[in-house]
Design a protein around this ligand. Structure first.
Ligand SMILES: [Zn+2]
Ligand SMILES: [Zn+2]
Length: 168
């Protein structure tokens, strides 16, 4: 796969930050945990998991801020330095460090390109949010080996090898 291909583009609200995504993500989460609700001011977050080197910043300045996650280890949220809209984050959970991004799907120019593959933390899902029939949903988290596609697991393995994180 060539990494300068364009899968789609996105950006912040003020237009200063523009980014290009060079392939489809590995998986897309809709997270209904309380922290995602509070941090997005919404019913849930929609995050596309993708290799950091497949998200290219085309313009603008990014600033990062550490916030809490249910694991207690935190995530570093990357925002536009001007309008402060969150664009992606890195979870500090599994030593993959900066090699994997959780891209905020709503910042894509066409968010419909990355629909959720699985809804997580549905135990705190708001009662009026109805998950589409046939979409995977779990009360807390899922088993990666049975939920991710084989292709995405291969990509994750490559990412772990690159970052020195354990692949389990
Ligand atoms: Zn901005
Ligand atoms: Zn969450």
């Amino acid at each position: 796969m060539t990494h300068d291909a364009t899968f789609c583009e996105g950006g912040c609200a003020c237009g200063a930050v523009r980014y290009r995504v060079t392939s489809a993500p590995m998986i897309v989460h809709a997270c209904h945990c309380r922290m995602c609700q509070r941090q997005t001011g919404s019913s849930n977050a929609v995050n596309a998991l993708i290799e950091t080197d497949r998200v290219l910043v085309l313009s603008g300045e990014i600033e990062e801020r550490l916030v809490d996650t249910p694991s207690g280890r935190g995530q570093r949220i990357a925002r536009c330095a001007s309008c402060k809209v969150a664009l992606w984050s890195n979870y500090l959970i599994n030593n993959q460090g900066d090699h994997q991004r959780f891209l905020r799907v709503g910042t894509l120019d066409d968010p419909s390109l990355m629909p959720p593959d699985v809804h997580i933390h549905t135990a705190t899902k708001l009662p009026w949010y109805v998950i589409a029939e046939g979409t995977q949903a779990v009360e807390v988290f899922y088993d990666q080996k049975t939920t991710w596609s084989q292709e995405s697991l291969q990509r994750l393995k490559a990412l772990c090898e690159k970052s020195g994180a354990p692949y389990k």
